[in-house]
Structures are given as C-alpha cells and as structure tokens.
Write a protein that binds this ligand. Structure first.
Ligand code: G1P
Length: 305
C-alpha cells in the first residue's frame, strides 16, 4: 500500500470574516504571532512526511506562493543579520510547492476535486488552513500511519460541545479494537444539534483515497448549495468498494481555530504564551492584565473619584 506523500491545502476562499484585513492580503497569510497561518500548515505537512504540497488557489492569492519562494533581493539586504536571514530562509524548502486554480468557488468538495490531476492514484491528505494543530500533537502523522494499516480514508474527529456540532461535519461511529481509532459509519455536514448522530466533529485534516475524485465528480451541491467533501466521503461509506473503509482518529490534543475573529485572537494568545522567545514577557503581561480586571470588562484605569 503506497504511503501518503501529498498534501492538498484549499486556499481559494475570500476570507470575508477578516475584512478589511483581507482586502488585499490572502487570509492564509495573516500572521499568527509572527508567522502566516498557512506556514504552520505547510510545516505540519512536512513534519508528517508529506513533502509535496498543492495549494488550491484563486484570484489574488499569488502572495501565498511568493511567501514560500526564495527572495534573493531581501536575502541580500539582510546579509550580516543572521537571525532575520534564518527566519526568511526557513520559509523556503519546507516542501515542494505546487498550485492549481479553483476558478469558481463551488465548495470544499470542488476544491478537493481540483487536485485530481496532481494527486493521481494515491492516497493523499487534505489540510484546512483554519485549523492549526499544536506541533507537539502529531495528529496527521498518526492518521497516515492508520491509513497505511487499514487503507481507505482516515478522518480527524474532535468532541465538541453539543450545541456547536452544527458548525461542523459530524460523524456516526463504532469503536474498533484500537483505542482512539473508530470506524466511521455515517457523516452529515453541519446537522442541527438535535439531528446530529454524535458530538464528534470533523476538523480540518483528512487522509483520503483517490477514489474520492470519482465520487466528487457526481456529488450534488449540499449544505449551503456547495459541493461538500463530507457528502462525498459519506457516499464512500455507503458504497462498498468506493474507496473505503473510513476510519476516524479521535483527537485529544491542542487545536487552534483561526477561522473566526474571536478564535483567531485566542490562537494568537495561546501560541504567544508558548513561544520560547516571547512567552515569558507575554505571560507576565497577560497575568497582570487579567489581575487588573480588564479581562473581565473593568475599565483600563480606575476612574478617580
Ligand atoms: C469545513 C467542512 C466541515 C468541517 C470544517 C472543519 O467547513 O465542510 O465538515 O467540520 O471545515 O473546520 P467550513 O468550516 O469550511 O464551513
């Protein structure tokens, strides 16, 4: 069984939640502390053994490719500044970068289908840029391992509060003989909580068998009028021999959501606290900030009587 070598990263979305920041800058390049969100994803791919990365790109997104390309002019200007030069150079050579345009924004399933030619007939990973996984939790590498053992597809699942399940794809599952690995018996995209088969949400890591492309070619628009990857995987479960079985890994590690503004702020704070160069100073400030009461809505400076 061939092992997973290629990662597909959908990056054609408009990023409207972050306007006006994303008016002229792809949302994937917004910094989380001092590194673009998408660099965390590409580093995770490489760390998990996936050295071939395909961006599903769109109009106005060419700066993403520039970010991972070398910039000889900048490097010349930084000569003698070893630290800065190292940071710039660390953006190139992480993985072999390719890109293909999505053209029309017809949904995540359609974005994945755009990868068909590049991926060919081998299992591959899909990584969604809004979900950052802490580098200490090697989720994707573990998914690749399970795919090599069991074949088919492997999905990342996270238990979320029941009232939040409607924001995610949701999995019906059965246990397997292995702790943390489940058999996925059904999937539904963003169900109302009362109809959800579980509180296990799909988070943005998938290892998929290439048969998904055949299924996606005939997948009808689903939730939101978009072609959903969740629907295509659900069809693979229902149709024996169509690229299954489908397993899930129940993730119990640290995930940072950068998809909306409040979660993005939380991600910056958490990752900032963990940084070896900034963390000490930032944590001390944060502790004082919380103690001042301002974090719970008190005014910045006590009002003098
Ligand atoms: C997409 C998927 C959804 C998944 C989510 C994870 O939704 O369609 O199944 O749970 O990513 O972040 P989106 O957040 O793009 O609406």
């Amino acid at each position: 069984m061939s092992s997973v070598r290629k990662a597909v990263i959908p990056a054609a979305g408009l990023g409207t939640r972050f306007l006006p920041a994303t008016k002229a800058i792809p949302k994937e390049l917004l910094p989380v502390v001092d590194k673009p969100a998408i660099q965390y994803i590409v580093e995770e791919a490489a760390r998990s053994g996936l050295a071939d990365v395909l961006f599903i790109s769109g109009r106005g997104k060419s700066a993403i490719e520039d970010h991972f390309d070398s910039n000889a002019d900048l490097e010349r200007k930084l000569e003698g500044k070893a630290d800065l030069l190292a940071r710039v150079r660390a953006t190139t050579g992480i993985a072999t970068i390719h890109s293909v345009r999505q053209g029309e924004p017809l949904g995540l399933g359609h974005a994945v289908l755009c990868a068909a030619e590049h991926v060919g007939h081998e299992p591959f990973a899909v990584m969604l840029g809004d979900d950052l996984i802490d580098e200490r939790d090697d989720l994707l590498r573990r998914m690749v391992e399970v795919q090599a053992q069991r074949g088919g597809c492997v999905l990342a699942l996270l238990e979320v509060p029941h009232e939040s399940i409607g924001m995610y794809g949701c999995a019906a599952i059965e246990p397997t003989d292995e702790d943390g690995v489940v058999r996925v018996t059904g999937l539904v995209e963003k169900p109302p909580p009362e109809e959800a088969p579980s509180d296990l949400a799909l988070i943005g890591r998938y290892v998929l068998s290439p048969e998904i492309f055949d299924v996606l070619r005939t997948t009808k628009p689903g939730r939101g009028g978009e072609i959903q990857v969740t629907d295509a995987i659900a069809e693979m479960i229902d149709r024996p021999g169509a690229g299954g079985p489908v397993h899930g890994i129940v993730f119990r590690g640290r995930r940072y959501d950068t998809g909306d503004k409040a979660d993005y702020l939380k991600a910056v704070v958490q990752l900032g606290c963990d940084r070896s160069d900034l963390g000490e100073e930032f944590r001390a400030w944060l502790t004082e900030f919380v103690a001042s009461g301002r974090a719970s809505g008190a005014p910045d400076h006590p009002i003098e009587p």
